[in-house]
Design a protein around this ligand. Structure first.
Ligand code: SD4
Length: 332
C-alpha cells in the first residue's frame, strides 16, 4: 500500500497501537470502581501532581512552592526540567519527530485567573511551556502556531536549537524502513508532562508539554495544547490534564469534562473514571489505545485513571515525592 493510501485508511481506531497483553479480555463499558488510593482522598495543600514518572520535574515544582512561589511558576519550572531532558523522547529536546523527521512541540499553561496560553506545532525551541506562558502574558491571543509561534519566541529572546537528537534521529530512521504507524501504548509516550499544582495560598495552575505522537503526520496537533482537552483549570473547583492518544481526548474534551464533574460534586478520582468511561463507551476500539487523566480539586484531593495498565503519576506533597501506578479500566 502506498503511504498516502495508508494515511487515508488509517482511521484513529485503526492506527494499530499495540495493547499490552495483560489488558486483553476486559468487560467493556464497565467502570472499575475503587480506584482511589489513600493518597488520593487525602487533602494535601500544597501539592504537585504530574503524569508519568517524572520525579525531577515534581521536585523542581515543589521547591518553587516550598519557597513561597506561585503555582504558575512551579508549573513552568517543573515542566522545563523534562523539556530539557534530551533522553526523554516525548517532550522538548530529544522528542521523537513526525514522519518527515521534524520535531514539533505542543504546550499550554493556565493560571489561577483562568488565563491561558499555548503554542502548537512549534519547532526549534526547547521550552515550549515558557513560550506558551509568554503568549498568555504578552499577547492579546491564547494560541500561536508554527512559524508565527517560532518568530514570537525569537522576539521574546528564546534561542534556536536543533531538537532532533542522535537517538531520536536513529529511531526515526529505523521507523522509516517500514513507515508503519504503530506506537506502543505506554512505551513511546512515557514522559509527556501534564502537571497540576496548588501553592501555599491554595491557588491552582497547570501546564502540559509534549512532542506529541511519534511519527505523526506533518502538521498534526494533539490534545496537549488545547484548552479543555489536554488541560483545564478553574481555581474555584480544580484542574485536570491528560496524556495518551490526543485524538480521543479532544473528541471528549476530557479535562474540561473532569473539572465540570468535580464542580457537580464528584471527587477527582470519580471524575477521572467517568471521563475514561466516556471514551471507552463511545469507542469500541479502546483496547488499541491509551489515555490517562489526572485531577486535583480545591481541597487538594487528587485522582488519576487510565484505560490500560501502565500509566502512573508522580505526586509531591509535604510527605513525599512518589511515583504511583494508576488504576485502570481495562482489567484482564
Ligand atoms: C498527544 N497526548 O499529542 C499527546 C501525547 C501524549 O503521552 O500525551 N503522550 O496526543
Amino acid at each position: 500500500m502506498k503511504r498516502r493510501t495508508f494515511i487515508q485508511n488509517a482511521s484513529l481506531s485503526s492506527l494499530g497501537i499495540v495493547a499490552a497483553a495483560s489488558v486483553i479480555g476486559c468487560k467493556e463499558n464497565e467502570i472499575v470502581k475503587g480506584g482511589a488510593t489513600s493518597n488520593n482522598s487525602e487533602s494535601t495543600i500544597p501539592v504537585v501532581i504530574a503524569t508519568w514518572n517524572v520525579p525531577n520535574s515534581t521536585k523542581k515544582a515543589w521547591e518553587v512552592i516550598e519557597n513561597g512561589g506561585a503555582a504558575l511558576d512551579a508549573i513552568e519550572q517543573g515542566c522545563m526540567v523534562e523539556e530539557a531532558n534530551a533522553e526523554g523522547q516525548s517532550v522538548g529536546i530529544g522528542g521523537l519527530p513526525d514522519r518527515d523527521g521534524n520535531v514539533t512541540l505542543d504546550a499550554c499553561i493556565m493560571n489561577k485567573e483562568g488565563n491561558y496560553g499555548a503554542v502548537v506545532y512549534l519547532q526549534n525551541i526547547k521550552h515550549p511551556i515558557s513560550v506558551a506562558r509568554k503568549v498568555m502574558e504578552n499577547t492579546p491571543h491564547v494560541i500561536l502556531a508554527g512559524k508565527g509561534a517560532e518568530q514570537f519566541a525569537y522576539a521574546e529572546g528564546f534561542q534556536k536549537e536543533n531538537l532532533l537528537t542522535e537517538a531520536s534521529k536513529k529511531a526515526w530512521e529505523g521507523w522509516k524502513k517500514t513507515s508503519e504507524y504503530k506506537p506502543i501504548i505506554n512505551i513511546e509516550n512515557h514522559d509527556t508532562i501534564g502537571m497540576l499544582a496548588i501553592d501555599k495560598n491554595g491557588d491552582i495552575s497547570g501546564g502540559c508539554t509534549t512532542s506529541g505522537l511519534a511519527y505523526k503526520m506533518a502538521g498534526r496537533v494533539g490534545d496537549s495544547p488545547i484548552i479543555g482537552s489536554g488541560l483545564f483549570i478553574d481555581n474555584e473547583v480544580g484542574g485536570a490534564t491528560a496524556t495518551g492518544l490526543g485524538e480521543e481526548v479532544l473528541k471528549t474534551v476530557g479535562s474540561f469534562l473532569i473539572v465540570e464533574l468535580m464542580r457537580q460534586g464528584k471527587s477527582p478520582q470519580e471524575a477521572c473514571e467517568e471521563a475514561i468511561g466516556r471514551i471507552v463507551s463511545k469507542n469500541k476500539d479502546f483496547k488499541d489505545f491509551q489515555v490517562g487523566y489526572i485531577a486535583v480539586n480545591k481541597k487538594g484531593e487528587t485522582g488519576y485513571f487510565s484505560i490500560h495498565e501502565g500509566f502512573s503519576v508522580t505526586k509531591h506533597s509535604e510527605k513525599e515525592n512518589i511515583n504511583i501506578p494508576s488504576k485502570f479500566f481495562n482489567k484482564a
